[in-house]
Design a protein around this ligand. Structure first.
Ligand code: ADP
Length: 469
């Protein structure tokens, strides 16, 4: 089974979010199952500069651009093809935006060319002797590939439906796409050409990153305007839960935390709490419950609910350690909470992986009141660290947390519901033997990539096997 895995980011070469992690971990886990997965990634300037690569394995022209395919490998040995096209990818800045945070004006061309190149490589125009039995596209930047290669079995994974790649329809012509694609039942979306909708319509199957999110996105509440088309494709819409990097996130070996521990030595976790309190200027009190938050400070993540609950949470009493960056209004609100409650609430504004590990290890409870959450990673990390999550019952949070056994779920996206769930958690926290039992249950859960890889491999096999006539 040969699979071309097409993505716009792949850690450690380039990463802006969860897609970067998935693109590193899933192909590696699939190769362990014997699937010949190869990654196709744009040759961004920073990637070509940092990554050792061999000369071109293939060259072709797409949409008027000369492209070369440079062969390389990811750190764990997965083959990666870097699509070299300097006018499109040879610039400083991020994959989608300039360093100033402005979308690149030619994103439709940049990722349309990625999709078209993916179709060519899959059909055997790449390295000699290799073609793909299946195209696995990820998110809108790769979602046009099935439209370019309708006969090649294809799978589109949606990592976040909120990002759709909607562009003025005049890009159809330079991208060499058939005008018929621009129709309401195909890729037209409110006067725009939607890359993601094209993928949803044209891919042979669709996956998303948790079973609950797969059901939610067929509803108006979560569908971002695409629920109708997703509902029509529900027979081929699959929810496959992401895994996590269990080497990077293991309290027994984590070099970024004060004191390593496991389910048999949970008493050592206290040293991490003391270190976190010292580091963030929180009162050095081992008894007061410490609530941790790590994530993008956005409406999606329910940061406004945390800010509006902060006074009540502090009065419980509890301490709050918040790490994140994001929308300005939320950064200001969170900083204001910390200013009102010195020693009780600490806010670190920024992106800091060391501190993220220290919070997972040092907090007692982890808050994740997301309005929607395709899969979510932090709730899985926190269970591995015996830091029980309090989370909204949505998306991947429902699929990874068992209420009352490995964490605490609440439903309405309201401050009172969040505070109620925290109270419920703290009632258990006040009974140490019971809390320990929940911590051990959470730590015993298996969030490794192998289960996801097995499900993807089975789906690949089914899609790539011709139906007997
Ligand atoms: P999303 O992809 O929607 O942002 P996830 O929970 O799936 O949310 O993944 C977010 C990842 O980014 C997690 O690994 C989380 O720890 C990390 N992260 C988010 N914000 C920060 C931050 N400010 N500092 C360090 N790590 C962060």
């Amino acid at each position: 089974m040969r699979v071309l895995f097409v993505t716009s980011e792949c850690a450690p070469l380039t990463k802006t979010g969860g897609l970067g992690d998935v693109s590193a971990a899933l192909p590696a886990a699939l190769r362990e199952l014997g699937v010949d997965v190869r990654v196709l990634l744009p040759g961004y300037r920073a990637v070509l500069r940092a990554q050792v690569h061999a000369g071109p394995a293939a060259a072709f022209r797409v949409a008027g651009f000369d492209c070369r395919l440079l062969e390389s490998r990811l750190p764990d040995g997965v083959p990666v093809y870097l699509l070299d096209c300097p006018p499109l990818y040879g610039r400083e800045g991020g994959p989608y935006q300039s360093a100033e945070g402005v979308d690149w004006p030619d994103n439709a061309l940049r990722f349309g060319v990625l999709s078209a190149a993916a179709a060519l490589v899959a059909q055997g125009r790449g390295p000699s002797g290799w073609h793909a039995d299946l195209l696995h596209c990820n998110d809108w930047p790769a979602a046009l590939a099935p439209a370019y290669a309708p006969d090649c079995p294809s799978l589109l994974t949606i990592h976040n439906l909120a990002f759709q790649g909607n562009f003025a329809p005049d890009v159809l012509h330079p991208l060499g796409l058939p005008p018929e694609l621009y129709a309401p039942e195909r890729a037209e979306f409110y006067g725009k050409l939607s890359f993601l909708k094209a993928g949803i319509v044209c891919a042979h199957a669709i996956a998303t990153v948790s079973p609950t999110y797969a059901a939610e996105i067929r509803t108006e509440e979560f569908g971002c305007g695409l629920h109708g088309v997703l509902e029509r494709r529900k027979a081929e819409l699959h929810g496959i839960l992401n895994g996590i990097d269990t080497r990077e996130w293991d309290p027994a070996t984590d070099l970024r935390i004060e004191q390593n521990y496991d389910a048999g030595s949970l008493e050592r976790k206290a040293a991490n709490k003391a270190a976190l309190q010292r580091r963030l200027g929180l009162a050095a009190n081992p008894a007061v419950p410490l609530l941790g938050v790590v994530g993008r400070l956005t409406h999606q993540k329910g940061i406004d609910l945390i800010a509006s609950a902060a006074d009540e949470l502090a009065a419980l009493p509890a301490q709050l350690a918040i790490l994140g960056k994001g929308e300005r209004e939320h950064e200001i609100a969170v900083a204001a909470c910390a200013a009102r409650h010195p020693g009780r609430i600490a806010a670190a504004i920024g992106f800091n992986e060391d501190l993220a590990h220290a919070i997972e290890a040092g907090a007692d409870v982890f808050l994740m009141p997301s309005r929607f959450e395709p899969c979510g990673l932090n709730q899985m990390y926190s269970q591995r660290y015996g830091t029980l999550p309090v989370a909204r019952a949505t998306g991947g949070l429902v699929d990874t947390i068992t209420d009352g056994e490995t964490g605490f779920l609440f439903r309405p996206a309201e401050t009172a519901a969040l505070v109620g769930a925290v109270r419920r958690a703290l009632e258990v926290h006040a009974r140490p033997a019971q809390w320990r039992a929940l911590q051990r249950a959470a730590m015993a859960r298996n969030f490794s990539w192998s289960a996801a890889a097995r499900q993807y491999a089975a789906l690949y096999r089914r899609l790539a096997t011709p139906v007997a006539a």
